[in-house]
Design a protein around this ligand. Structure first.
Ligand code: AMP
Ligand code: GLY
Length: 427
């Protein structure tokens, strides 16, 4: 098969690495990719926002499957447009990608199909949102409705913060994405990421993970796209997985079919495991980054076979097997992230790091004058496996230590929650 992978992050490098290992693969193209992806794919520069250019490339190169990494093109309808040209695509339609593209859409779906989630209200103007927040009080959660690159959520511990967040949204801090606001009940519990591979009808559980959103050790500082992750998530026991499937994922699949927008692709449920059980925080309609990196390290089956089955509506006949080992990834970021990262600093020592038994996925890297340089916020994902999370952590940090990049930084405590649990369990 000829495959085209769209995207350029660590998530896409992990997907490329796994797809490249498939005996089904003839040739892998990636656009725009990154230097790491360039090791296993031919990089091409296509304008992802111009769907007919992508389609023309697919016809010319006889692409049998397009795999879409990020949410932007999905929400913009790239899967529908490519399908209209007869091209097979892994990824949801524009209508199904509303599960990520509109928080209000997802909340209404939850209400209609009785899916456990935080209580909410949708507001299109400041006055009515303010009245609701003043009546409800803090803590409370304010969310821009649309895609805001992970920045549209404010967990307001005080009324003042909540009102400031509402004002920012309606003043256009998130552009059109903030023209509508969702106000939510504040949930407490442990968060987990739960993935399902979906074909429109069947949802196949596809691994669990936990990420670390705050930039600093001890979960301090501003939110990021994720500074590290590990899989599996210990809080997702067999019972919790079964409840999540029955109470959240399956009603979502039925609900989406019911409203005429069946969901095919990766359904990524951000969960809060509360005293009452799992509640949906949000859906994403793509793999998580960096969660995908740890999932790919543990997936024993051929990813391409599974993606094909999802595209062809054949998942009812499939299963996915996972390594019993834990996987953990440490994100190395450029100084300045999650604000404005410094670009251009030279990174050395990747081979030595890989010599420690780690897999290094590239995110924001570039080649400049033959040297590997930083070219984004999150730059490298140093990923390792081990019998326990503690072992995987040790291996990953041993590899991080071999990387010579003074302008980079990373968290020193990725996996802490799971490791505390492992220690408590061993006593
Ligand atoms: P999101 O962009 O929706 O993933 O939200 C970012 C983060 O905000 C989540 O990972 C949670 O940590 C937190 N969050 C979102 N909604 C809620 C909620 N209703 N209650 C508590 N925390 C939340
Ligand atoms: N790491 C969180 C996300 O990909 O949305």
């Amino acid at each position: 098969m000829n495959v085209l992978l769209l995207g350029s992050g660590g998530r896409e490098h992990a997907l490329a690495w796994k797809i490249a290992a498939s005996p089904l693969l003839t040739k892998l193209y990636a656009s725009p990719g990154n230097p790491g992806i360039g090791g296993v794919a031919e990089l091409v520069k296509l304008d992802m926002s111009d769907h007919s250019t992508v389609a023309a490339f697919c016809q010319e190169k006889k692409i049998d499957l397009v795999v879409v990494g990020p949410e932007g093109p999905l929400v913009a309808g790239i899967a529908d447009d490519l399908r209209a040209w007869g091209i097979r695509v892994f990824g949801p339609s524009k209508a199904a990608a509303r599960l990520e593209g509109s928080k209000g859409f997802t909340k209404d779906l939850c209400a209609k199909f009785n899916i456990p989630t935080a209580a909410y209200g949708r507001f299109g103007d400041l006055a009515s949102a303010r009245a609701h927040v003043e009546k409800t009080g803090a803590p409370i959660v304010i969310k821009a409705d649309g895609l805001a690159a992970g920045k549209g959520v404010t967990i307001a511990m005080t009324l003042e913060e909540a009102l400031a967040a509402l004002e920012a949204c309606f003043e256009g801090a998130f552009g059109a994405a903030g023209a509508e606001v969702v106000v939510e009940e504040y949930l407490t519990g442990e968060e987990a990421s739960f993935f399902c591979l979906c074909d429109g009808t069947t949802a196949l559980p596809f691994g669990t993970a936990q990420d670390h959103k705050r930039v600093g050790d001890g979960d301090t500082g501003p939110n990021t796209g994720g500074m590290g992750a590990y899989s599996p998530a210990p809080v997702m026991t067999a019972e919790m997985t079964e409840r999540t499937m029955r109470e959240i994922v399956e009603p979502t699949m039925r609900g989406m079919t019911n409203i005429g927008s069946p969901f095919a692709g990766i359904l990524f449920a951000g969960l809060m495991i509360t005293d009452q059980g799992p509640k949906l925080i949000e859906y994403n309609t793509r793999f998580g980054d960096p969660e995908c990196q740890v999932l790919m390290m543990r997936l024993k089956d051929d990813l391409l076979v599974l993606l094909n089955a999802a595209v062809d509506g054949q998942l009812a006949h499939m299963s996915a097997r996972w390594s019993g080992e834990a996987a953990l990834t440490v994100v190395m970021a450029a100084r300045g992230y999650p604000g404005t990262p410094e670009k251009g600093s030279v990174i050395r020592g990747l081979e030595q790091a890989e010599g420690e038994g780690a897999e290094i996925f590239h995110a924001g890297t570039a080649i400049n004058g033959g040297a590997l340089v930083a070219n984004g916020g999150r730059v490298l994902n140093v990923t390792a496996t081990g019998a326990t999370v503690a072992e995987a952590q040790k291996k990953a940090y041993a590899a991080v230590d071999r990387i010579d990049w003074p302008q980079g930084f990373f968290r020193h405590d990725i996996g802490w929650r799971a490791i505390e649990r492992e220690k408590a369990g061993a006593k």
